[in-house]
Ligand binder design. Sequence first.
Ligand SMILES: *Cc1c(COP(=O)(O)O)cnc(C)c1O
Length: 403
Amino acid sequence: MTIEWQAGRLDSDLDGVGFDTLAVRAGQHRSPEGEHSEAIYPTSSYVFRTAADAAARFAGEVPGNVYSRYTNPTVRAFEERIAALEGAEQAVATSSGMSAILSIVMSLCSAGDHVLVSRSVFGSTISLFEKYLKRFGVQVDYVPLADLDAWAAAFKPNTKLLFVESPSNPLAELVDIAALAEIAHGKGALLAVDNCFCTPALQQPISLGADIIMHSATKYIDGQGRSMGGVVAGKAELMKEVVGFLRTAGPTLSPFNAWIFLKGLETLRVRMQAHCASAQQLAEWLEQQPGIEHVYYAGLPSHPQHELAKRQQRAFGAVVSFEVRGGKEAAWRFIDATRVISITTNLGDTKTTIAHPATTSHGRLSPQERANAGIRDNLVRVAVGLEDIADLKADLARGLAAL
Ligand SMILES: *Cc1c(COP(=O)(O)O)cnc(C)c1O
């Protein structure tokens, strides 16, 4: 269906345009008011011209909105824009990143299916699989993210889905997405990628062979720490199932948040460029400081997967983790000495954040599990925002002085 979005202009006029143009223009369907910025439609339901029109729309015989748990024009604009940026056939928005992951598993897996998850995924993702999905008969095993042989060896006859986060948090490990997709498809399984840390501005997993991607839009897509949301995107045939689950179960996105994310996408690439440039400078500077034992950042030639990162990503992301000289107390002193950077575990914000993974995001793991995940007590994570680089360096220098 082509919708007229401005007198004489059609959706198809955007065929073949670049990423930046899509980020600003894809998905907008202007109302007859002619608004330049996208409109917000805070409505739960929609009126029909006649009873017959209502029946036809409910039956799906004619396109159109029925109820905002199913579709909403502002949410649809966000979905279309994300699909365009990820190179996906279709996208559907969710109320949070976690409900995006839930929707993928609920729609594509059944009791008795086996899922392989990369070991270093977001903490709530592990809780979702361990505490809830396992109760409904979904079998789950964890694989070290970067180890392709370990992935190949972990398959069972009932392995249905692989779920990975690349790069990982907080240690910035990567998996070769194209190679992993090939392994998955060779065994008849699907590959899902949490693309939250890179965003489509840096990495498009679907073009590398992944079947489905998801985001916590709460992070870089919003980019200013204002609202919760998520999105799933992929091939239409898979998305049909995800859309079906979401419309039935209801963790859909509000039009207000969809509007914030639409605006976020318009500046996503320039923000990511600035985030990454500052992260690179800070990582290089930190690596030279005597108080720092090790820096984890894929933009450093010392990173074991630097070459893969250069091939697979357009830049190296904005999360820089490092081990300070000393233990937990030293890490805490470092964090507490900062004056500009916020002590919080969130990321993907204009404001730089600093956190101690061993006692926050990874605090619920046993010491052995933490050791397996490579999270040491002297590890500090910085998610680099958009402040002046000189001020960020000065703030981290306060941390170094407190070691
Ligand atoms: C934050 C985050 C999530 C969860 O998203 P919410 O929007 O908080 O539900 C999932 N994956 C990654 C990588 C995240 O950083």
